[in-house]
Design a protein around this ligand. Structure first.
Ligand SMILES: *Cc1c(COP(=O)(O)O)cnc(C)c1O
Length: 385
């Protein structure tokens, strides 16, 4: 099977991990802050805090913004469930904003319309999570203007977008948001095995994320609530978690980050070749607005089903039968049984529904060679023409 995504590990990556295994610290040693500093330098963010996964990083960011029972979190339905689950972990309620028909990201127009109604009904969101689908940044400037007008916080779910750019700056710079989250799962642009990160330019958010990822325990005297000055003293001030990345993982992350720009250039070539090959086929591809450089985490096509002989499911299954492990990113989150119970009407999200009826993710990964890509292109072309 040709996978849709796959990590690439070099000898240098493996050596970096082995060095940590031979050192004094397996977790919380010197390599975690080294990785955090390297990502700050790459993105331009002031603070970066590692976590055990993209999911725990989203949870930490929501907690740091005090998302609580009674609050609303809004996100896009075309994402991995973690973008919504993080709100439920905090006891908040979740709602969705329909997608843009061209970028397939959260639609700023739909967001704007939904905010007008929510303001009248007194249920404005506390946190909005735009997701940079396939690596293409959302329209962050416009979202930041709405955030200012309606007083909500913004967390960018940039799990797909490390290495991409928005408005001339790296994704992760936090210029238009309170925080940005990355995932380092093996299919993502760089990996630490499992792993994630919260970036922010806000000292208060950074301090809270740091506290909450390690049980809410503080060890520095100057910040103690109680004035107990016994030598063994430390205190837990709120309910946190163990969401700490290990030095083993951070070593892999540092080493992979050194190759990120190269990974991105390879992804760009692969996606560019798909775009050219598909320009005369009945498929739509993601718009690429001026000023944005996609991290090209995924290459998604939408079938123009009025011009194809076979159905969406038939083409999808036929590709699998030909050894191409296509995927569908994503089933709209409100369609999952767990979310259905909350009473969402599919018809409230016509663009997400249309997307879901047409989308297929094709393979993009570092070791995807020319011949294998030609095979994928020819196989798909044969099914569509
Ligand atoms: C991968 C992913 C996550 C979760 O990341 P994990 O590291 O797997 O927990 C969240 N959101 C999106 C959009 C993702 O693709």
């Amino acid at each position: 099977m040709i996978p849709y995504g796959r990590q690439n590990l070099s000898d240098a990556d493996i050596k970096a991990v082995i060095e940590v295994l031979k050192s004094d610290f397996l977790t919380q040693g010197p390599v975690v802050p080294k990785f955090e500093n390297a990502v700050c330098k790459y993105t331009g963010a002031t603070y970066a805090l590692t976590a055990t996964s993209g999911t725990s990083a989203l949870h930490l960011a929501c907690m740091a913004l005090n998302l609580s029972p009674g609050d609303w979190l809004w996100t896009t339905p075309i994402s991995f469930v973690a973008s919504a689950n993080c709100g439920l972990y905090c006891g908040a309620k979740v709602d969705f904003v329909d997608i843009d028909p061209l970028t397939w990201n959260m639609s700023v127009d739909s967001l704007s319309e939904k905010l007008i109604i929510a303001e009248k009904e007194g249920r404005l969101p506390k946190v909005v999570i735009p997701v940079h689908l396939a690596g293409l940044s959302c329209h962050m400037k416009d979202i930041a203007i709405l955030a200012e007008r309606y007083g909500f916080h913004v967390i960018e779910d940039a799990s797909h977008a490390l290495g991409g750019q928005y408005d001339g700056s790296p994704v992760g710079a936090c210029t238009y948001s309170d925080a940005v989250v990355f995932s380092f799962h093996p299919v993502k642009n760089i990996t630490t095995g499992e792993g994630g990160m919260v970036l922010t330019n806000d000292l208060e958010i950074a301090t809270r994320v740091k506290l909450l990822r390690t049980h809410g325990i503080i060890k520095t005297e100057t910040t103690f609530d109680t004035l107990e000055n016994s030598p063994w003293y430390y205190e837990q001030t709120e309910l946190g978690f163990n969401y700490r990345m290990t030095d083993i993982q951070a070593a892999l992350g540092c080493s992979q980050l050194g190759r990120l720009d190269y990974f991105i250039s390879v992804r760009n070539e692969i996606c560019q070749k798909y775009r050219q090959a598909f320009s005369s086929l009945p498929v739509k591809i993601q718009a690429s607005p001026a000023g944005s450089v996609s991290g090209n985490h995924l290459f998604i096509i939408r079938l123009m089903l009025n011009q194809t002989k076979q159905s969406h499911a038939q083409i999808y299954s036929a590709l699998k039968e030909q050894g191409i492990n296509v995927n569908l990113h994503y089933i709209p989150i409100y369609r999952h049984p767990f979310y259905r119970k909350m009473g969402f009407e599919f018809s409230d999200f016509p663009e997400a529904e249309a997307y879901y009826s047409e989308a297929i993710t094709l393979p993009v990964f570092y070791d995807f060679d020319n011949e294998t890509q030609d095979y994928v292109i020819q196989t798909l072309s044969g099914m569509l023409l």
